[in-house]
Write a protein that binds this ligand. Structure first.
Ligand SMILES: [Zn+2]
Length: 330
């Protein structure tokens, strides 16, 4: 993912942050706490890490993809493997495998769906490392990759249980996007293109725009949702394209007691998978992504480095994010 900072946006961010902080009420409202197991989500993250970095075109990536298909099937999904090609940062053709789990029953099949997504690939380059030589290692991707997928696998397990005990009312599609983190490396000396990020979601959204294969009410994308000190301010593209849903999700977070993590602060627009789901597919989609204004990059200091490992994954954070997502799955 990539942050867009410019003067226009800075002014807008300051303005909206003011507005939001002025109207954040402090009423102690509670809602029913949804079922979600952080232990389970953590185990799914460990499993992904055990494959090694899930760098596209590598064996660990393919093994992980196969495992994700098996997991979704085991939870009751009908699984679709979406294959295609997109140009990478050098203009070469990059193979894409998006993994899509459809959760629906004959009674619910015609209802509008909820789209949940996270990228399962990990970045081939640690290009935020200080030492130049270290920038050519693969990112381990515990937080940037595995955390979003781990939470969504546990969501898939919970949704599958609802399907089994007939408390399921809204169809859900869970998409594991490929090649989110293949954006132009900092070590590349050629021209940088913005659309080298999020290749899998661009492919998915372009196909959807052509086929309109289903009706979605809204979507949620998770990215970097496992850090111990995570904060999730309101990301700007989500505000621009899906303000009502973002408000609904952040309100639920506050009601669940996670208001300190899901802050009222407005953050910069971030080019993440949700951007193309909004922009190309036209589905309102909200990004839940760790952003910290105290860091220069906006992301954790170990982001895109060799330290994106299990030491930086916290079960309480996974629990919070999982419950917030489950609160939106009716
Ligand atoms: Zn990344």
């Amino acid at each position: 993912m990539k942050v867009k900072k410019n003067i226009f946006v800075t002014g807008l961010v300051a303005g909206i942050a003011c507005l939001l902080s002025a109207c954040s009420g402090k009423k102690p409202v509670t809602i029913e706490r949804p079922s979600f197991s952080a232990d389970s989500a953590y185990a799914y993250i460990e499993r992904q890490m055990a494959f090694g970095p899930r760098v596209p075109n590598g064996a660990a990536h393919m093994q992980c993809a196969v495992w994700l298909v098996q997991q979704l099937r085991a939870f009751g999904a009908t699984v679709e493997l979406q294959k295609g090609y997109m140009p990478d940062y050098k203009g070469d053709s990059q193979q894409i495998y998006n993994i899509i789990g459809h959760f629906n029953t004959p009674e619910t099949a015609s209802r509008p769906r909820i789209l949940l997504g996270a990228h399962y690939d990990t970045r081939p380059w640690c290009d935020e490392e200080e030492a130049y030589a270290d920038r050519f290692y693969n990112v381990p991707g515990a937080n940037d990759g595995a955390s979003g997928v781990g939470v969504l696998l546990e969501v898939a397990r919970q949704v599958g249980k609802r399907m089994a005990d007939s408390t399921f009312t809204t169809p859900v599609d869970i998409v594991f996007f490929d090649c989110e983190d293949m954006g132009t490396p900092r070590t590349y000396t050629g021209v940088e293109r913005e659309d080298t990020w999020c290749l899998g979601s661009q492919l998915w959204a372009t196909n959807y725009a052509k086929n309109q294969s289903a009706v979605y009410s809204f979507g949620i994308v998770l990215d970097m949702v496992g850090a111990p000190d995570a904060t999730f301010p309101r990301e700007m593209y989500s505000t621009q394209y899906a303000a009502n849903y973002q408000q609904q999700i952040w309100h639920a977070a506050e009601q669940l007691g996670y208001g300190a993590m899901f802050t009222a602060q407005q953050s910069y627009p971030i080019t993440d998978d949700h951007y193309y789901i909004n922009y190309i597919a036209g589905i309102p989609c909200v990004d839940i992504i760790h952003y910290d204004v105290r860091n220069a990059t906006g992301f954790p200091h170990w982001w895109h480095t060799r330290n994106d490992n299990l030491d930086n994954i916290s079960k309480p954070t996974l629990q919070a994010v999982g419950e917030v997502v489950m609160s939106q799955v009716k």
